[in-house]
Design a protein around this ligand. Structure first.
Ligand SMILES: Cc1cc2nc3c(=O)[nH]c(=O)nc-3n(C[C@H](O)[C@H](O)[C@H](O)COP(=O)(O)OP(=O)(O)OC[C@H]3O[C@@H](n4cnc5c(N)ncnc54)[C@H](O)[C@@H]3O)c2cc1C
Length: 376
C-alpha cells in the first residue's frame, strides 16, 4: 500500500532518500528544510568512495558532467615538512562505472536537487509539534502548516531536532577538542604535492588534506587541528601552531578560511518510535578522518530505501541492527585515524610512519581496513 514519508532535512542523506523514493514512484514523500534555500554557492570539497558512488549511480550520478568531478588516483602521505612517507593506490577499489570521486559539495547537492526541487522540497519548515492520529504521525510546522504521514525520517544532521521530539534518551553530540579549517586553493601554493592525488600531511596535533575537486584542479584544502579550547573565531592564532611546523604553509592559510568545531554523537541509539527513522548524521555523527560522513549518509538512505521498497516487516529492527553494525566499524576507523594522524611525539611519529609504509603495501591489510568500507 502507498505510504507517505516526511523527510526532515535536505542535506545529503535526506536528498538521497528523496531521489530513491522519487525514482521508485511507489510512495509519496516531501522533504522539509528549515533554511530558505539550498547551499549551492558552497565551494568546498567532498570525497566519495566507491561504496557511495555505487548507490548514487542508481540515481544516474554516472551521467554527471565529468568536468565537475575528479577521480584521484591515490593518497600520498607526507609528514608536515612535506616529506613523502608512503602512498595508497585508490584505483584498486575502482571499477569502470564506480570510481573514487572528489567534487564540490554544491555540485553534489545541485545533482541531488534536480528531480525533486519543485514537487518535493519545502523550505522554511521547522517542526513545532508532533502527535499520533489514526495510526499516523501528525506534524505541525511553525508556519502553521501540517502534514499527516505514515513515517518520519530524521535527516536533520548531527544536532537533530527531530530526535528531541521523539526520543526521551538524550544523546547530545560532544565536542571532540578539534576544529576543521577549510579553504579553496587555485594552485599548490608552493607545496610539493601531486595534484592528481589526495595529499595528506601529518603534523603535531594537526593534519592537512588537499585534493582536486574538478578537472580544473581547483584544490580543496582542509586542516584538522586538535585543540582543547578551539575557538572558531580565533583561527589565525591556532594556525600559528601549524605554520611553526612548516612555514611553507603560510601561503595556503592566507586565503579565505572557514572553520567549524568537530562534534561526534557519543552513542548509537535506536529510534523509540516504529514510525520514525534516522539517517545520515542524525543516526550517528562521527569524526571526518575516514572521509565517510557523506558516504554513510548515502548508505543509510539506501539501506532504509531497500527495506521500504521490499515492504519488509520489522523494518525498524532490521534497519537499526544493520546500520549500527556498519556505523560502529566506520566510527572505530575514523577514531583510530584521528589518533594516528595527530601524534605529537617524534618517536611515536617515526613508529607510525614505519608501520604505515609496511602496512600500506600489504593487500590483506588494505582489504580489511579499507576494502570493507569501500566495497560494502
Ligand atoms: C571538515 C569536514 C570534512 C568532511 N569531509 C567529508 C568528506 O570528504 N567526505 C565525506 O563523505 N564526508 C565528509 N564530511 C562529513 C559530511 O559532510 C557529513 O557527515 C554529511 O554531510 C552529513 O549529511 P546529513 O544529510 O546527514 O546532514 P547535514 O549535511 O547536516 O544536513 C542536515 C540538513 O537538515 C537541515 N536541518 C537541520 N535542522 C533542521 C530542522 N529542525 N528542520 C528541518 N531541517 C533541518 C539542515 O539545514 C541541513 O540542510 C566532512 C565533515 C567535516 C566537518
Amino acid at each position: 500500500m502507498k505510504k507517505k514519508f516526511a523527510i526532515i532535512g535536505s542535506g545529503i542523506a535526506g536528498l538521497t532518500l528523496a531521489n530513491l523514493l522519487h525514482k521508485e514512484k511507489k510512495n509519496d514523500f516531501m522533504v522539509y528544510e528549515k533554511n530558505e534555500s539550498l547551499p549551492l554557492d558552497e565551494g568546498y570539497g567532498i570525497q566519495l568512495s566507491t561504496n557511495s558512488i555505487r548507490i548514487l549511480n542508481e540515481i544516474n550520478f554516472d551521467k554527471i558532467s565529468s568536468e565537475n568531478i575528479y577521480h584521484p588516483k591515490g593518497v600520498d602521505f607526507y609528514n608536515i615538512q612535506n616529506k613523502k612517507i608512503c602512498d595508497l593506490d585508490l584505483i584498486q577499489f575502482n571499477t569502470n562505472n564506480n570510481k573514487y570521486t572528489t567534487l564540490q559539495r554544491s555540485t553534489l547537492i545541485e545533482f541531488l536537487k534536480d528531480d525533486i526541487y519543485t514537487q518535493h522540497l519545502r523550505f522554511g519548515k521547522r517542526i513545532k509539534q508532533v502527535s499520533e492520529l489514526k495510526g499516523k504521525v501528525l506534524i505541525k510546522f511553525d508556519d502553521n502548516t501540517n502534514d499527516l504521514v505514515d513515517y518520519v525520517i530524521g535527516a536533520d544532521g548531527i544536532f537533530s531536532n527531530t530526535r528531541t521530539f521523539f526520543e526521551k534518551k538524550k544523546n547530545k553530540p560532544v565536542f571532540k577538542n578539534a576544529i576543521a579549517i577549510r579553504t579553496i586553493l587555485n594552485s599548490t601554493s608552493g607545496l610539493d604535492i601531486d595534484q592528481s592525488k589526495i595529499s595528506l600531511m601529518m603534523g603535531k596535533n594537526c593534519h592537512l588534506v588537499i585534493y582536486p575537486i574538478n578537472k580544473n584542479k581547483i584544490l580543496n584544502f582542509v586542516c584538522i587541528l586538535r585543540h582543547k579550547y578551539a575557538d572558531p573565531d580565533n583561527v589565525k592564532t591556532l594556525l600559528e601552531e601549524v605554520i611553526k611546523q612548516n612555514s611553507n604553509l603560510k601561503k595556503a592559510f592566507e586565503k579565505n578560511l572557514k572553520s567549524w568545531p568537530l562534534y561526534a554523537t557519543p552513542k548509537i541509539l535506536p529510534s523509540s518510535n516504529s514510525k520514525v527513522f534516522y539517517i545520515g548524521d542524525a543516526f550517528n555523527g562521527f569524526l571526518p578522518t575516514l572521509a565517510q560522513g557523506a558516504g554513510q549518509s548515502i548508505e543509510s538512505a539506501f539501506e532504509l530505501y531497500k527495506l521500504i521498497k521490499n515492504e519488509r516487516v520489522d523494518i525498524q529492527n532490521i534497519y537499526f541492527q544493520d546500520r549500527s553494525k556498519r556505523a560502529k566499524i566506520i566510527k572505530r576507523r575514523s577514531n583510530f585515524n584521528f589518533f594516528i594522524f595527530h601524534l605529537s611525539s617524534k618517536i611515536m611519529q617515526e613508529i607510525r610512519n614505519y608501520f604505515m609504509k609496511f602496512l600500506l603495501k600489504r593487500k590483506s591489510f588494505i582489504n580489511s581496513y579499507l576494502g570493507t568500507v569501500y566495497k560494502n
